[in-house]
Design a protein around this ligand. Structure first.
Ligand code: ARG
Length: 276
């Protein structure tokens, strides 16, 4: 099997310069030197796991460009570029598009007037593309992506403003297996997961608030934010190795491990990838 490939963007220009989710508070700010060390540790941890980490060039005045998960949806050699809800992030798209075009991907755009925030809100688990909507992405955009890729989309509403992207409260581990924070969804959403993901591991509220669900999965290893002991134990119990990397400077922007990465060769939990 070929090596996993992940896109990251160094935090040279990272900061809390606006407030577009409940975690962000400009007056708290972020300590850039510390953010850099934490980002580097995540990077080095992934390299040790034999991931090929590609880095793109950071850009001034784009403090959230570090969150590459939101660039778009990657499907084989296709890149479906995001349509960000907020103008401050929409300015990132030309840079993401340029990177993907220069790296051999076919860049596609959703119709105007739709909102879609990429792998932040659309995650494959087995054959289905789980699609979080309301705060950022909308259902029409998810349906458009499903049609473009020829896959089944299962929309789930994100009802808790702190969990504004799907990847903050749901993380597929393998086809049919995932961790999630049940309270981020309504009864219907929880039923969707129960019906389509046979092995579901709930994450406790406190650890969900530490972005435990925002994890990077590489084979049987799960990399997530620090101080999530119950999640770590549950993962070990389910046959995974848990690695904690402190990423608290990024929590201040409403992000953690998963948001800082974008899998370029397809997530291990995706049915289409597992069949390759
Ligand atoms: N400040 C960024 C925003 O609000 C954080 C993005 C986090 N990314 C993610 N995939 N959850 O858009």
């Amino acid at each position: 099997m070929s090596k996993p490939r992940i896109l990251m963007c160094p935090p040279d220009h990272y900061g809390i310069e606006y407030e577009i989710n409940p975690w962000m508070n400009r007056s708290l700010g972020a300590v850039r030197a510390l953010a850099f060390r934490q980002w580097q540790q995540l990077h080095d941890t992934l390299v040790e796991l034999e991931v090929t980490v590609e880095t793109m060039t950071p850009e001034p005045n784009l403090p959230d460009l570090v969150f590459t998960a939101n660039a778009g949806v990657v499907f084989r050699n296709r890149f479906l570029s995001s349509r960000f809800r907020h103008e401050v992030r929409a300015r990132e798209s030309p840079f993401f598009d340029a990177w993907f075009a220069a790296n051999g991907f076919g860049v596609e755009h959703l119709p105007e007037g739709m909102y879609h925030e990429g792998a932040g809100d659309a995650l494959f688990c087995g054959e289905s593309l789980f699609a979080g909507y309301r705060t950022r992405s909308d259902v029409t955009a998810h349906q458009w992506v499903g049609k473009a890729l020829g896959v089944r989309v299962l929309p789930v509403e994100l009802v808790n403003p702190r969990f504004y992207h799907l990847d903050t409260c749901f993380c597929p581990l393998a086809p049919g297996e995932a961790i999630y924070f049940p309270d981020a969804f309504d009864t219907y959403g929880r039923r969707v997961f129960a019906n389509h993901v046979p092995k579901l591991i709930p994450v406790a509220e406190e650890e969900s608030h530490r972005f435990g669900c925002n994890a990077v999965v590489v084979g049987k290893t799960v990399v997530h934010n620090s101080r999530c002991p119950r999640l770590a134990a549950d993962l070990e119990g389910a046959g995974y190795r848990s690695i904690e990397v402190e990423l608290d400077e990024f929590l201040k922007a409403g992000g953690s491990a998963k948001c800082l990465t974008l899998r370029l060769d397809g997530e291990d939990a995706a049915g289409w990838k597992a069949r390759q």
